[in-house]
Write a protein that binds this ligand. Structure first.
Ligand SMILES: [Zn+2]
Length: 168
């Protein structure tokens, strides 16, 4: 008998989110999920090849691609609705240890950087009022828990909560 502990399934789940779902890709990355976002000129064969070789679940608004690749078809054009449906389908959760662990632009895992190295790279008031900073090794964007990320975190929590309510 296979016993699945709730939440553990989605722990290492990886996705390939097609280019019509850019904001969804970004939000999933904020949640800490590994999301490959192909350039818009990539053809379906290549998309399917990457998804298979990297064991990624395809999430797409392309019905035909979903069918061919055994992917998950998302009908809604609204990112909130998309996130709600995807979170429900794959049992995704908002986890404190995963939130803000990945660059929302490049998908790279963020690394912690000493505060001294950040001086001059973030607004002065941010530097003065925060102690923990993270950097994307690829694009060098700096992340911290501030009003912007707090707003995103709250929004995601709200969306997931709404999804739970819909179930009942
Ligand atoms: Zn980056």
């Amino acid at each position: 008998m296979v016993c699945i502990i709730k939440g553990s399934v989605s722990k290492e789940m990886k996705f390939l989110v097609d280019h019509m779902l850019g904001k969804l890709a970004k939000y999933l990355r904020f949640m800490g999920y590994d999301v490959f976002y192909p350039p818009h000129n990539m053809d379906d064969d290549e998309i399917i090849r990457i998804a298979e070789s990297e064991e990624r679940k395809i999430i797409t608004r392309d019905k035909e691609l979903a069918k061919r690749a055994n992917g998950f078809y998302v009908k809604s054009e609204d990112y909130r609705e998309q996130l709600k449906i995807v979170a429900k389908k794959f049992n995704l959760r908002m986890r404190k240890d995963m939130f803000l662990s990945r660059c929302s632009v490049c998908n790279e895992p963020l690394v912690k950087v000493p505060k001294e190295e950040i001086r001059g790279k973030v607004p002065e008031y941010v530097y003065e009022t925060h102690d923990k900073f993270y950097m994307c090794p690829k694009c060098h964007r700096i992340y911290w828990y501030g009003t912007h990320t707090e707003r995103i975190e709250k929004e995601i929590r709200k969306i997931l909560k709404e999804g739970e309510k819909d179930e009942n």
